[in-house]
Design a protein around this ligand. Structure first.
Ligand code: PYL
Length: 284
């Protein structure tokens, strides 16, 4: 997992309303709307239940330590969505103890390996990588006007790509996978095929060839410039949860409103909605 830098997130808090409006223009749904779509939930009902959730964000000093503004930004996203969120006064074990002792419903915390939301009542754990994969797949579904029976290319078969591929398969897309490590793609194909009616998942070998005939792309690699300007076509729609983004600056400018990318917002929104509604089964 690529570690976020303060510069990757410092713009988020002051721009949450603007970002949500931008998502609405691109996908037809707000930040909360995309998260609800990812969890197959009604946005109105979800909004009403968000305010019942008290979530404690616990800063973690382990490993490479605190990322400046990380916890504040997560709390700001949760607050924007309508939850009651607060950053713990203390870090690590003391922060976790505070979350339990003060009666919070859930906590969120991240070290260098995992970023999780834990429901303190049900013990449900939601992983950010899984949430981001689902959230961006949902955004792609919306940008496509329905991904059912469409060909979708998933670039990168790590945890985010795997989750996105599963979500897209659950929506009955025809999924193609590409990873520089073919075994990763084979593992995702096997896992997703086992869960969904998806005997038709294919593995692509060559990036340029695959991009030449795929209109819908989930870019889930952490490799900058995976999609460059020369590989972009006017009809392409790209959802890019990768950190750093695999979409080059030139490609991003060419895609314009047909690209959804962020570093934290959609993943955190899906985590929050999952907390509100408990375990989500993504198969429709
Ligand atoms: C959460 C993200 C998504 C992308 N990369 C992941 C990352 O940066 N993980 C590290 C998070 C560390 C947070 C730090 C803190 O401030 O509490 N321990």
């Amino acid at each position: 997992m690529t570690r976020l830098q303060p510069d990757d997130i410092c713009h988020i808090t002051p721009n949450l309303a603007g970002y949500s409006r931008e998502l609405e223009k691109k996908t037809g749904r707000s930040l909360l709307g995309i998260a609800c779509h990812a969890c197959n939930l009604d946005e109105g009902q979800c909004k009403a239940r968000m305010q019942d959730k008290q979530i404690c964000v616990v800063p973690v000093t382990a490993g490479l330590g605190i990322i400046s503004r990380f916890s504040d930004t997560v709390a700001a996203i949760l607050t924007f969505l309508g939850c009651r969120a607060k950053v713990a006064d203390q870090t690590d074990v003391s922060g976790v103890a505070q979350a339990f002792a003060s009666g919070y419903d859930a906590l969120m915390m991240a070290d260098d390996h995992r970023f999780v939301a834990i429901d303190l009542h049900t013990r449900q754990v939601t992983d950010n990588a899984d949430a981001a994969g689902r959230g961006f797949a949902a955004a792609l579904d919306l940008m496509a006007g329905g991904i059912r029976d469409r060909d979708v290319l998933v670039l990168g078969c790590g945890p985010v790509g795997a989750s996105g591929a599963a979500m897209l398969a659950s929506l009955d897309a025809r999924v193609a996978l590409l990873d520089k490590d073919r075994r990763a793609a084979e593992w995702v194909k096997e896992t997703v095929s086992g869960r969904y009616r998806t005997a038709d998942i294919i593995i692509e070998e060559d990036l340029e060839t695959a991009l030449s005939y795929h209109r819908f792309v989930l870019e889930a690699t952490p490799v900058p410039d995976t999609i460059t300007g020369t590989l972009v076509s006017p009809e392409m729609r790209v959802a890019a949860p990768g950190v750093p983004s695999g979409v080059s600056a030139e490609a991003a400018a060419m895609l314009g409103p047909h690209l959804v990318h962020d570093t934290l917002e959609i993943g955190v929104a899906v985590m929050a909605v999952s907390l509100v509604y408990g375990p989500i089964r993504i198969k429709r």
